[in-house]
Design a protein around this ligand. Structure first.
Ligand SMILES: NC(=O)c1ccc[n+]([C@@H]2O[C@H](COP(=O)([O-])OP(=O)(O)OC[C@H]3O[C@@H](n4cnc5c(N)ncnc54)[C@H](OP(=O)(O)O)[C@@H]3O)[C@@H](O)[C@H]2O)c1
Length: 230
C-alpha cells in the first residue's frame, strides 16, 4: 500500500474525525485540519492515534497559506485534500432568508472549499495521484430539489455550488488531479442529529474509498461508492 499524505478539513468532530480515524488506522499520514487547534488536539488524544494537527479555519486565507507552507516543508507534497468542513445553521427557505446566515454558509461550505483547494493545488500537483474530495450533500442535488423541496436555502445552494465547482475544477485540471463531490447520506453527528439513519463509519466510507481506492471516477457526484446523477 502506498502511504498517502491526506489533509481533512473540519477533522475535529463528526464525519471528518471518523475519516481521519479510518485513514490513520489504514496507515496513511493524516493531517487533521481544525478550526480551533486545541479542539483538534483534544480529538486526536481521544482517539489515542498519531496524527498531525493543523489550525485551519477554511475562510481564513492566512491559515490556508500557513498549512500549505507547513505541508510543503514537512512532506513536500499532498496526495489528497478532503474538503469536509461545513455548517448548517437552522435556515428558512428562499422567501424569508437571513442573508447573514446564507452568506456565512456560502463562505464556509463553498468559498472555503474553493479557497482551500486553490491553496493546496501546487502541493497536490506534486503528487503522482492527487485527489480532491468535496463533502457535499443530497440536499445540493438539483434532482432532489426538483422534488418539491424547500427550506435550508443557503445550505442547499452552497452544496449545489460545490458540485458545480467540482466539475469545473476537474475540467480545468484535466485529470492531473481527480476531483469528486460526494454525499455521505444522513449521518448521526451534531449536524445530522440523533435521528439520522447512518453511523459515523457509514458516513465516512465513501470519502475513505475516494481517497484510497486505486481506480476512482473524476468530476462526479458519488454516493455509496457509486456515481449518481444530481
Ligand atoms: N451529518 C449529515 O447527515 C450530513 C449529510 C450530508 C452532508 N454532510 C456534510 O458533511 C460534512 C461534515 O458534517 P458533520 O455532520 O460531520 O458536521 P459537524 O458534526 O457539525 O462537524 C462540522 C465540522 O466542520 C467544522 N467547521 C465548521 N466551520 C468551519 C470553518 N469555518 N473552518 C473549518 N472547519 C469548520 C467544524 O469545526 P468546529 O468544531 O470548530 O465547529 C466541525 O469539525 C459537512 O460538510 C456537511 O455539510 C453531513
Amino acid at each position: 500500500m502506498m502511504k498517502k499524505i491526506i489533509l481533512i478539513t473540519g477533522g475535529n468532530r463528526g464525519i471528518g474525525l471518523e475519516i481521519c480515524r479510518q485513514l490513520c488506522l489504514a496507515g496513511h499520514q493524516v493531517i487533521l485540519g481544525s478550526r480551533r487547534f486545541e479542539n483538534g488536539k483534544k480529538a486526536v488524544k481521544s482517539l489515542g492515534l498519531s496524527m498531525d494537527v493543523q489550525q485551519l479555519e477554511v475562510t481564513n486565507k492566512a491559515d490556508i497559506s500557513q498549512v500549505a507552507k507547513y505541508i510543503e516543508t514537512t512532506y513536500g507534497h499532498l496526495d489528497v485534500l478532503i474538503n469536509n468542513a461545513g455548517i448548517l445553521v437552522g435556515e428558512a427557505g428562499v422567501l424569508e432568508p437571513d442573508f447573514d446566515v446564507v452568506t456565512n454558509t456560502l463562505n464556509v461550505n463553498f468559498y472555503g472549499a474553493w479557497k482551500t483547494s486553490l491553496g493546496m493545488l501546487p502541493l497536490l500537483k506534486k503528487s503522482s495521484d492527487g485527489r480532491i474530495i468535496n463533502m457535499s450533500s443530497s440536499m445540493g442535488s438539483l434532482n432532489e430539489m426538483g422534488n418539491n423541496k424547500t427550506g435550508h436555502a443557503g445550505y442547499r445552494i452552497s452544496k449545489t455550488a460545490l458540485n458545480a465547482l467540482t466539475i469545473l475544477l476537474s475540467n480545468e485540471l484535466q485529470g492531473a488531479i481527480k476531483v469528486n463531490t460526494m454525499s455521505p447520506g444522513w449521518v448521526k453527528t451534531d449536524m445530522g442529529g440523533a435521528g439520522a439513519d447512518r453511523s459515523l463509519a457509514e458516513g465516512a466510507d465513501t470519502a475513505v474509498w475516494l481517497a484510497t481506492a486505486e481506480v476512482i471516477p473524476n468530476g462526479k457526484f458519488v454516493k455509496d461508492r457509486a456515481i449518481v446523477e444530481w
